[in-house]
Ligand binder design. Structure first.
Ligand code: NAD
Length: 285
């Protein structure tokens, strides 16, 4: 019997609705600022979606777009202005940045209390120490999906394929925090299939269509496909669609992890606003 597909779109709509209600209850304006440099069409679409979703949830937004040749210093100045602006709760720098810019320098210039992407070393460090504050939205969305579907994490074998700062590493930390036994695989991993086959929860975050095939999946496992690959046959993930015949639960691409990422970004923005505006203590601070 084939497994069940997780409806990321429906869950994201639910989360966005919850955020909208909480924004109303909060009663103060909440504002997200985005910075986009260059003319990558996909990035422009992503940023516009983030603004649309913010407005729907009652979150104000500021949209800063710069041409590709903008000097890094100019972008850093805008980040500094947004850091100092009391009306701005969250700041997001859309990646990738043009080649002449150092992504770490620009993303780390964002004040950590406004870093709704969770990329700042302070937020990454807090996650590592088990005192998370703002956590990258994509792995946070995956955790929300696992929770919604009552996936048992304590003691389970979780295998994360991919070790990026944005997805793989924070994903592994979040699963570890829920007491899973976590293995991180990457481009130099030997016997990837062998590791993957052990997983009760398998997360693929690589960017290679069809990397995970049915023979790599334990029957009944939960398979989360973070990959987004544009191919001739449209948008596909890292997981071969035939995996649904073996998996117990699986996320589709599109309509799985992607919509959750935006929903969790809104949730992070509200969290940042609450903490900053109400002067709430941040764990471990
Ligand atoms: P990345 O390129 O930074 O990292 C890719 C990782 O995959 C690396 O750690 C690398 O070691 C590993 N890898 C590469 N080849 C491998 C192989 N053959 N076997 C095992 N591991 C291998 O990418 P990223 O930013 O982490 O994104 C990964 C994918 O997730 C991309 O397709 C990206 O578009 C997608 N993504 C989706 C969302 C979303 O919201 N749906 C968000 C972020 C990223």
């Amino acid at each position: 019997m084939p497994g069940e597909l997780i409806d990321g779109k429906a869950l994201a709509a639910k989360v966005r609705q919850q955020v909208a209600e909480e924004v109303t209850e909060f009663g103060e304006p909440v504002c997200l600022a985005t910075i986009l440099v260059g003319d990558d069409p996909a990035s422009h679409i992503y940023v516009s979606r983030k603004h649309d979703a913010s407005h729907e949830a009652g979150i104000d937004s500021r949209d800063h777009r710069f041409p590709s040749e903008t000097p890094e210093q100019e972008v850093l100045e805008v980040v500094a202005e947004l850091n100092a602006d009391a009306a701005v709760d969250g700041i997001l720098v859309q990646l990738p940045l043009p080649e002449h810019m150092d992504e770490a320098t620009v993303t780390r210039a964002v004040e950590w209390a406004k870093d709704v992407d969770g990329f700042h070393p302070e937020n990454a460090g807090r996650l590592f120490l088990g005192e998370p504050h703002l956590v990258p939205a994509t792995p946070l969305g995956v955790m929300r999906m696992l929770e919604e579907h009552d996936v048992q994490l304590e003691g389970c074998e979780a295998v994360v394929i991919g070790r990026s700062e944005i997805v793989g590493k924070p994903m592994a930390m979040l699963l570890l925090a829920e007491h899973a036994t976590v293995t991180i695989c990457h481009s130099r991993t030997r016997e990837l299939a062998e590791h993957a086959r052990r997983a009760d929860v398998l997360v693929a975050a690589v960017g290679r269509p069809g990397l995970v095939t049915p023979d790599m999946v334990k029957p009944g496992a939960t398979v989360i496909d973070v990959g987004v690959n544009r191919t001739e046959s449209g948008l596909v993930g890292d997981v071969d669609r035939a995996v649904i015949e073996v998996a117990g639960l699986m996320t589709p691409v599109p309509g799985g992890v992607g919509p959750m990422t935006i929903a969790m970004l809104l949730s992070n923005t509200l969290k940042a606003a609450r903490h900053r505006r109400l002067g709430l203590a941040v764990p471990g601070a």
